[in-house]
Design a protein around this ligand. Structure first.
Ligand code: NAP
Length: 329
């Protein structure tokens, strides 16, 4: 196979940075399935990993970044896949302990590979990526705990982010009344277009400080953590459900047991990285059907491999919107 381009991350003298390099197949980490990449994307974890921000996510360098990718199989030493199959690879060690999706060719263990479900193109699956998968998994877990459209408002914070924009679109499609919280005052119309019924400025939130504040939300999708998650616990309605998957605003939060023991609030952790394969396939099938976002074209835009460093910087400053898709094929 001819050499190909990849965005490889180097950690030299405590400085972590990536650049586009030429690579060959035998330089990639081992795996049974080789595929030509069509799309990867930028997730918050990619920005942290490629810049070494907030502690090292990548432990051994150099490493090709990118925690998700879609593409077409070139060869497979595992009988479950054959040349020409269209596939998705996300999570596990992809882009962290194993070379990732910012590469025109990927080589991965067969047990990480999901066949592209009918109803999605490789571009659409790439635009969803880990963010869409996480929004879908959060939806599934909250539904299992009783979330239903008639129960009341669903809050989505960090609303212009990748996971959040997709969650808003999916929730609105299913008939939920969504209240979006954003720090970007210029994006309220965009969020309404995706399906938010109300948009609240993060800068104008009255958080209060009592253990229990006015009960407002039947469910919440939390990208932010920190103070916003603490505030959510205080403002959930009876039996309210919080999906906690993000830390864009901090990893620590302080609350009391009162929301849990007096209002029956349930804090539900969402980890997209290690979902067992049957559930993973179920979520991807839902992303191709009842959860398929209606505004993917407005949420996602394409960037080139060379643009990644600038995009990571913007993402870490909360200056991005929706999803950036890295087109490789
Ligand atoms: N658990 C999992 O498996 C999993 C999977 C995927 C992602 N995540 C996590 O989920 C979060 C969102 O990921 P993403 O890829 O959607 O990232 P993203 O596109 O950067 O979205 C994060 C959003 O959070 C808001 N935000 C950023 N900094 C903030 C701050 N200091 N205080 C309050 N709000 C802030 C911004 O939205 P506004 O400007 O609109 O407020 C930003 O757009 C990240 O923490 C990521 O690590 C976890």
């Amino acid at each position: 196979m001819e050499p190909f381009k990849a965005f490889r991350i180097f950690g030299d003298n405590d400085k972590v940075a990536g650049r586009v390099v030429d690579m060959t197949l035998n330089e990639l980490t081992a795996g049974e399935v080789v595929f030509r990449t069509v799309c990867s994307s930028v997730n918050y974890k990619d920005a942290l990993a490629a810049t070494g921000t907030g502690g090292r996510i990548i432990r051994t360098y150099p490493r090709i970044g990118g925690i998700d990718a879609t593409g077409t199989v070139v060869s497979s030493a595992d009988p479950r896949f054959k040349a020409g199959d269209e596939v998705i690879c996300t999570s596990y060690e992809f882009g962290v302990g194993h070379d990732g999706g910012y590469s025109q060719v990927c080589r991965v263990p067969a047990e990480w590979v999901v066949p592209l479900p009918r109803g999605l193109t490789l571009y659409e699956a790439g635009a969803l990526g880990v963010a869409g998968y996480t929004a879908g998994l959060a939806m599934e877990l909250l539904e299992l705990n009783g979330m239903a459209p008639g129960n009341g408002n669903v809050l989505v914070n960090g609303a212009t982010g990748g996971v959040a924009t997709l969650a808003i679109d999916m929730l609105a499609r299913l008939g939920y009344r969504v209240v979006a919280v954003t720090g970007k005052d210029g994006e309220h119309d965009f969020l309404r277009k995706l399906g938010a019924a109300e948009v609240v400025s993060r800068h104008k939130l009255e958080m209060g400080g009592r253990p229990l504040e006015k009960a407002m939300w039947a469910a919440a999708f939390d990208s932010v953590g920190g103070e916003q998650l603490a505030w959510l616990t205080r403002t959930m309605r009876q039996d309210g459900l919080i999906a906690s998957f993000g830390n864009a605003g901090g990893v620590e939060f302080k609350t009391t047991v009162l929301p849990f023991i007096l209002r029956g609030v349930r804090l539900i952790g969402v980890n997209s990285g290690d979902t067992p394969m049957p559930l993973r396939r179920k979520i991807w099938n839902r992303l191709a059907s009842d959860l398929k976002p209606r505004h993917l074209d407005e949420i996602a835009h394409v960037i080139a491999l060379e643009e990644l460093p600038g995009y990571f910087d913007k993402m870490l400053k909360a200056q991005t919107r929706g999803r950036a898709v890295v087109k490789l094929g």
